[in-house]
Design a protein around this ligand. Structure first.
Ligand SMILES: NC(=O)c1ccc[n+]([C@@H]2O[C@H](COP(=O)([O-])OP(=O)(O)OC[C@H]3O[C@@H](n4cnc5c(N)ncnc54)[C@H](O)[C@@H]3O)[C@@H](O)[C@H]2O)c1
Length: 278
């Protein structure tokens, strides 16, 4: 897909990867609509970039419908919809059900709801593109947070299913699976910071993949190396991950179990932000 002149929607546009994608798409000549749950910062960043902003909480299907309808009413169509908003919360099975539900809604169901309301329109038109942000955690794992690892696996599985099912009917799908990227999301994950790439580097990768209409977008060669190791010998891969987890916990400055036993607050390794507590 050539991005110039296309109508593009990006969720999670107020920060990090979403903001970088908005800025890059604008530079490439797209007509971008930025969207975020955070109305204040989202509107400010959109104004700085010179794009229209629509507030939407992607954990609510009604908000996604409102966003899509708004763009069809104002811009006339959607060529590329980037389901990018995501959160990283929780730790192990002790993570509260309401936090499992929240991360499931933000990281997975938002992609389902966007597809539910966009795919019929895109199929009718015979074209359309969905760029869904999952994570390398969807191919490998996430050492700090089971809810993050699980939901990113699900996001990747859903993107694969869409590509297989509708690929011959004009729908293009790409799934973004970065390892560490320098954004606020990895503030509590020093192991990811060690090899983190910039959002500009990521935006280059995304642009190349969109032009090539390539399904899987990665940022680090280690992602596919690790995925190959996982496929060829799961037990060896799990051993390697156990070592890496020890390193990650040491870098975090605390052993998770010791921390949890001492404080009863295992979830703090991936803190639930105030806005997500409700
Ligand atoms: N940073 C990384 O290392 C990394 C690696 C792999 C995948 N990802 C994924 O990339 C995506 C973007 O992450 P980021 O690093 O830019 O994080 P970020 O925290 O910098 O930005 C996330 C944005 O999403 C918004 N958001 C959160 N919940 C929302 C909701 N319910 N509705 C609408 N907007 C919401 C936030 O307000 C924020 O502006 C996420 O899906 C994340 O899981 C990030």
């Amino acid at each position: 897909m050539q991005i110039e002149g296309k109508v593009v929607v990006v969720t999670g546009s107020a920060s990090g990867i979403g903001l970088a994608l908005v800025q890059r798409f604008v530079r490439e000549g797209a007509k971008v609509v930025a969207s975020d749950m955070n109305a204040e910062v989202g509107a400010q960043k959109a104004a700085e970039t010179g794009v229209r902003f629509v507030q939407a909480n992607v954990a609510q299907e009604a908000d996604i419908v409102r966003l899509i309808d708004d763009v069809y009413a104002q811009e006339g169509q959607i060529d590329l919809f980037c389901s990018n908003a995501g959160i990283a919360i929780g730790a192990g099975p002790e993570t509260l059900d309401k936090h499992w539900q929240l991360i499931q809604d933000v990281n997975v169901m938002s992609h389902v709801w966007a597809a539910r309301h966009l795919v019929p329109r895109m199929l009718e038109r015979g074209e359309g593109y969905l760029l869904n942000t999952a994570s390398a955690a969807g191919l490998l794992t996430e050492l700090h947070s089971a809810p993050y690892a699980v939901t990113k696996h699900a996001a990747l599985a859903f993107a694969e299913w869409l590509a297989i099912t509708y690929g011959d009917r004009g729908l293009k799908v790409s799934c973004l699976c970065p390892e560490g990227v320098w954004t606020p999301m990895i503030a509590n994950a020093p192991i990811l910071q060690q090899t983190a790439v910039t959002t500009d580097f990521l935006a280059d990768k995304v642009m190349d993949a969109l032009v090539a209409e390539q399904f899987l977008i990665t940022t680090h060669p280690t992602t596919l190396t690790g995925f190959g190791q996982k496929a060829s010998n799961y037990d060896v891969w799990i051993s390697k991950m156990k070592h890496l987890r020890k390193k990650a916990m040491a870098l975090l400055g605390q052993d998770r179990e010791a921390f949890a036993a001492a404080t009863g607050a295992a979830e703090q390794a991936m803190p639930v932000r105030d806005a997500e507590k409700a």
